[in-house]
Structures are given as structure tokens and as C-alpha cells.
Ligand binder design. Sequence first.
Ligand SMILES: [Zn+2]
Ligand SMILES: [Zn+2]
Ligand SMILES: [Zn+2]
Length: 147
Amino acid sequence: MRMNTMEILKEKLKETGFKITPQRRAIVDILLKNSTEHLSSEEIYDLVRVECPEIGLATVYRTMQLLDEVGVISKLNLDDGCIRYEICLDKDDSHNHHHLICKNCSKIMEVKEDLLDSIEKEIQELYKFKILDHDVKFYGLCEDCSK
Ligand SMILES: [Zn+2]
Ligand SMILES: [Zn+2]
Ligand SMILES: [Zn+2]
């Protein structure tokens, strides 16, 4: 995690008029602390409750919705009925990373490299379609599960 992530995030939230209440702050802290995880609202709720026992699940849902509107998180839909979130501060200038999802243990790994440049170029030429982003999920078995 970059040192100044919290600062960038705070600036972004301030720009958009997002008010940082103690409960919202606790949620943002959890997201930053677990920036390599892909947490669902329920998992965020369980983690935040440790520090902030009075928080309600509805507050977590609402905060995630607001953070999404502000554009500082990205959603990951694994088609298992639960949306996962991660902090994503430069949504505008960078493509989404890809996700590797283990069918056996449900572990989620990230592929930081884009690797799709040649496919994107081909699509752009063939379909005159300018690609801004993509959402790629690979399903399979992780190293431990394929042993
Ligand atoms: Zn696995
Ligand atoms: Zn991710
Ligand atoms: Zn790309």
C-alpha cells in the first residue's frame, strides 16, 4: 500500500463533499488495512464491529454505496450473490486488474498486468470500439488446490 493512499482518499472524499463521520472513517480504515482482500459488506461489517460495536449493517451498505458513487472503490461481482469491494483510487486513468478465482477454496488472486493490449488493439481495429476498461475473471484451481 502506498504511503499516501489515505491522503489521496481523504482529498477525493473532501472534493466530493463526502462527510467523514467516525463510523465511515472506521469503514474506510478497514478497507485500507485490507487493501489486498476483496471484502463483502458483511465481512466489512464483521471487521468494523470490533472497533465500532454500535455500527449497523445498514450503515455499512450505505457507506459502500456512497464510496462507489464518489468513485474510490471498485466492485467485484463473483456471481455468488455477494458483491466484494476494494479501494481503487485511479479508476479513471487505469484499467481494472484481473482476478483469478479458485473454484475449490474461493481464494481470489490479482493479476496486476493488463496483458490484453494486443486483443484490445484488434478489437479496436475490427469493431471501431474504443476500450476503456474490462472486467476479467478467470476461474480455476489455485496452486494449493491443484496439488
Ligand atoms: Zn484454492
Ligand atoms: Zn482486485
Ligand atoms: Zn486493458
